[in-house]
Design a protein around this ligand. Structure first.
Ligand code: FAD
Length: 286
């Protein structure tokens, strides 16, 4: 790694593939992304635990077949303490030391039990009570606020509860407005929160998908960006090149402003993340 900025934490997020073809593709993606020397690869957990087994298999494969740490996402809504504890013990038995602890969302039409956890701070507390300091716990942060947040202030206060419960660091929801991230850092500093808050970076590869995702998770795609991206409707390559440009500039601003690292939402693709990090000078492709 040839970063001019010391001790940057680079991490990459995957979703667990459902098919054999997807498994092979992810293996290839992971091998390519190893060039970044990431601190860890994380693997998402489907709403309501719908991917629990696939997440587990993907995490164990990364942990056992690569030189890099794997970090499972674990969402607690709808889960029992017993189920979460079993999962934690299984992860411990496979040498996993990092977890992304989340509340998660109920799948639409969910009629299952509410479970033993209401919010992510309860999960963090549970992990600490049951496993002490074994896991490095990441939690989610929202520069543009969580879509269900009662108010901006309440969201920040609840974020602090997760930190007080024992979170070691945070990854943000993605955003395209650097100012929102810097404001989040200021608000956290005012509250005495001093854990690293790593910006989540979503490369832009598909306009419709980005708009759909963003509307659901409460991330804003600024008007200027939506309008520019919409112009590339018939030009996928043009859109990707423009997207890489925009996201590289965003990352530059974030790193210059003191971001402690970058967490890439890769969507199981290596290309955009490699191109962005190459332009940032975080590693050189040989
Ligand atoms: P919380 O921190 O519990 O917050 C949820 C909401 O409740 C917020 O509005 C908050 O203000 C409010 N709140 C918090 N505590 C309290 C309280 N004590 N009383 C009242 N209100 C409170 N989802 C998945 O299903 N699988 C994944 O793998 C996944 N990975 C993610 C990774 C990252 C980096 C991020 C940013 C999000 C991820 N998500 C994932 C989405 C996440 O699960 C949703 O955004 C979910 O709605 C909130 O999860 P949370 O952990 O932030 O919840």
């Amino acid at each position: 790694m040839t970063s001019q900025i010391p001790a940057l934490t680079i991490s990459c997020e995957f979703f667990p593939p459902r098919t054999e073809k997807g498994v092979l593709k992810l293996r290839q993606t992971r091998e390519q992304l190893q060039a970044l020397q990431p601190a860890y690869f994380s693997v998402t957990f489907g709403a309501g635990g719908s991917t629990q087994e696939k997440t587990f298999e993907t995490v164990v494969e990364i942990q056992e077949q690569s030189d890099f740490d794997a970090a499972p996402h674990l969402s607690c809504i709808g889960s029992s303490g017993e189920n979460v504890l079993k999962l934690l013990q299984n992860y411990q038995a496979h040498g996993i030391r990092r977890i992304v602890a989340l509340r998660g969302d109920k799948p639409s039409g969910w009629a299952g039990p509410l479970g033993d956890f209401r919010y992510a701070n309860e999960l963090v507390e549970f992990i600490r009570t049951e496993t002490g300091s074994h896991f490095h716990i990441e939690v989610a942060a929202y520069p543009e606020f969580h879509p269900e947040a009662r108010s901006a202030k309440a969201d920040l206060d609840f974020f602090k509860q997760k930190v007080d419960a024992g979170a070691n660091s945070a990854i943000t929801q993605y955003f395209y407005n650097a100012e929102a991230y810097f404001r989040l850092l200021d608000s956290c500093a005012e509250r005495g929160i001093d854990i690293p808050i790593v910006p989540g970076i979503m490369p832009i590869g598909n306009y419709e998908q980005l708009v759909r995702f963003s509307d659901t998770c409460g991330a804003e795609v600024p008007r200027w960006l939506r309008r520019r991206l919409a112009d590339f409707a018939e030009d996928k390559e043009g859109l990707q090149a423009f997207g890489i440009n925009v996201v590289t500039k965003l990352c530059e601003r974030l790193l210059e402003g003191g971001a402690p690292g970058l967490h890439f939402y890769t969507l199981n693709q290596a290309g955009p993340t490699l191109e962005i990090t190459k332009r940032l000078g975080l590693f050189s492709l040989s």
